[in-house]
Structure formats: C-alpha cells, structure tokens
Write a protein that binds this ligand. Structure first.
Ligand code: FNR
Length: 371
C-alpha cells in the first residue's frame, strides 16, 4: 500500500529519521538543580517517542547559566549536565526515535517567568536573588521592550566568548549522544537580535549592512559545524520574518539560508517573530499553517531542506504540506502536548499503520485486538 509522505523516512548525513514528524522544542522551565534535566524531562520527552515521532527536540538549552530564557531552564554549559541528558537520549533511542537538542543564548531576553507565573520579564534584582550570574546582553544597548532592562552591548571579546560557549555546548551535546543539533537563531534571542536592524545598531563589522548583521550568526554556525560530527545533522531555527516594519524579512532569510547551507547547515526550521514586546503577538495572523509560506519560499529559493512549524493540527494538513513540496519536515508543538500520540493518530487519519505495527510493542498487539 502507498505510504503517506508524512511516514516516509528521511536520511540526513548519517542519521535516519523514521518519519517526518518532529516534536518542536518546548521550554519546560522544570530543570533540577544547576540546569540538569530530570525525571520531568524523561517522561515529557519519552512519551513523544512512544507516540511515534521521528525526531524529538529538547527545549531551548542554554550555553551559559545567565543566558536562559527562564530561571529553571536546562543547559549544556557544564559537564554535569551531560549524563542526565544521556539517560533521556538512551530511552528515546530504545523506543525508535531520533533526538535533537536546541542550544540557545537568550541574549537581551534572558530571565523571564514561566507562562504559568505570568510570562513576564523578571527584574535584575529578582534574577540576582537566584544566586546565578544572570546578565542581559545584545548587539546594542537597546531593550526588547518596556518590561525589559537595557542589555549590555557585547564587546568584541564578549562575542568571542559566546562563540566558545556554543562550541563547548556542542561538544557536550555530542557526548550526551544527541543525533541532531539545532541552533536557536530566532525569537529575538541573542543571535536573532544581531540579525535585525531594529536591535542591532552597531557600527563595527557586526552591524550596519545585512552581511555585517549576519556575521555573528555565520560565525557561530561555522564554529558549530566544525565541532559537531560530520555525520550528524545541523538544524537552524530562524524567525524568517521578525515581525517589525522594515526589520528582518523573508528576502533576508533566503540569503541567510543560502549562506547557512553553504556552511553545512542541513535544515532551516522556519519560525517567526519574538524580536521585542511589540512583536510578541505579531501582525501575521496566527491561522492554520501560518508559517508554512516561509518554509516554502526558503526551500525553493535557498534550495535547502526546511521544517515547517506553527498551527499544524492534523495528519491530512501535514501530509498536504509535504505533498505540495512546501517543507521536508513537520514540527508540532502544542498539538503534541494535547496528544502525545499525535504521530500515531495522524497515521490512522491517513489510512496508515492500521494494524498498530508502529506503536510500542507493549501496546500495539493489544490495540490490534481491540474491537
Ligand atoms: C515553545 N516554542 C519554543 N520554540 C523554540 O524555538 N524553543 C523553545 O524552547 C520553545 N519553547 C516553547 C514552549 C512551549 C510550551 C510552547 C507551546 C512553544 C515554540 C514552539 O517550538 C513552536 O514553534 C510553536 O509553539 C508553534 O507551533 P505549534 O505549537 O502551533 O505547533
């Protein structure tokens, strides 16, 4: 029988992803002490492996303790963080999925509350009370919005230090056994803030022209590609449009994506927005598949694999995106929180795996006997 596109494997470098369903990185703000993953992460991520996803991303994982999105986010800035991730990687592998980690520096948006606490920026005083070395940095001394403090503009030596942090986190991600690494260059965090002319007003060779604003992103990508094993895929998440007038736009993203591909980046994960408070709820309507046109144009014009994400609700919608050649991978976020078995259910909606052969062996044979 014909296999839907959504359930066709994809091989990138040495890694085989068994289908096209990716679990999007999602902050849990639930780390154990010192940014270590724990039982929450094992169960949270492990359930997606049982649910049939091809590739599961760990949430935004900080390269520096004071550069987390939230105060209880996980990190890869320290060797003690490797073993807890290794346990999760092993479980996911034993259950047939590939697993990636998204590494990030939150830049001028470091230190916010979890959404269940309000989702607002914390004050520097609140951050200092944690006893950790929090800091907000950016290309220029411009705040992300009224609720944020003004970041320190990074010096040249500061930029070099951050590059080393990305390299060190990449080495640890490899030791933890991750199959895929994703660089978080979107949502207004550090690297994104270098790309947009609104947040980057530098007058050295990291600011001004588009090439200059792209320089830091390309340096980090090149450093990481040289560190991450050649047989493992490298993804980059971008905000393909930053959501501001005259800001970073889709034409810019096509050019950036071509440059990233030339460096050896395998997949561009096409998100949008997040540069500042004003753009938190972007003007782009958040309708069904609203970011798919970004993945489509980058795929076509930069000739690179793309991952589509954002309000992709069910199997038929995901299947149509792939069949129409608009993306190569489909990332689901909130729908996977709603239904961790989303991939298996999508398969059934598409008339695939009706005998439950792809379900965990502990469950599938029983489900096949179900009336
Ligand atoms: C997110 N998102 C997100 N994105 C990212 O790049 N790194 C992250 O750590 C997070 N964290 C996060 C936490 C939670 C709870 C949610 C719901 C979302 C964005 C996410 O990956 C995805 O791009 C969006 O949620 C849009 O996809 P859905 O949810 O419409 O499928």
């Amino acid at each position: 029988p014909h296999r839907p596109c959504l359930f066709q494997p994809l091989r990138i470098r040495g890694i085989e992803i068994k289908n096209r369903v990716v679990i999007s990185p999602m902050c849990q703000h639930s780390a154990e002490e010192r940014g270590c993953a724990g039982a929450w992460h094992l169960v949270h991520l492990g359930k997606f492996a049982l649910g049939g996803a091809g590739l599961i991303f760990v949430e935004s994982t900080a390269v520096e303790p004071g550069a987390r999105i939230g105060v209880r986010d996980v990190g890869l800035w320290s060797d003690e963080q490797v073993a807890p991730f290794r346990a999760i990687v092993d479980f996911v592998h034993q259950n047939g999925a590939a697993i990636g980690v998204q590494i990030a520096h939150a830049g001028r948006k470091a230190g916010s509350q979890a959404l269940w606490e309000g989702g607002r920026a914390l004050t520097m005083e609140q951050l200092r009370e944690t006893g950790e070395p929090w800091r907000r940095i950016g290309p220029s001394a411009l705040a992300a919005g009224p609720e944020w403090t003004v970041p320190d503009a990074l010096s040249r030596s500061g930029i070099a230090e951050i590059r080393q942090m990305f390299i060190a986190a990449t080495e640890r991600a490899d030791r933890a056994g991750f199959d895929v690494l994703e660089l978080h260059f979107g949502h207004g965090y550090l690297v994104a803030s270098f790309l947009s002319p609104h947040s980057n007003r530098r007058d050295d060779h990291y600011g001004g022209s588009r090439d200059n604003r792209m320089r830091f992103a390309l340096e980090v990508a090149r450093d990481v590609r040289a560190t991450w094993p050649q047989d493992k895929p490298l993804f980059v998440r971008i905000s393909a449009v930053d959501g501001t007038e005259d800001g970073w736009g889709l034409d810019d993203s096509v050019i950036l994506s071509r440059a990233l591909k030339a460096i050896g980046v395998d997949v561009i994960d096409c998100s949008s927005g997040g540069l500042s408070d004003e753009t938190r709820n972007m003007n782009v309507p958040r309708g069904l598949g609203f970011q798919v046109p970004l993945a489509e144009r980058i795929r076509r014009e930069a000739d690179v694999l793309t991952q589509a994400v954002g309000v992709i609700l069910d199997g038929p919608q995901a299947e149509a995106i792939l069949q129409e050649g608009r993306a190569d991978l489909i990332a689901v976020g909130r729908e996977a929180l709603y239904d961790p078995y989303w991939p298996h259910h999508a398969a059934h909606d598409l008339g695939h795996d009706l005998r439950f052969d792809d379900w965990p062996i502990q469950h599938g044979p029983w489900l096949a006997k179900r009336a």
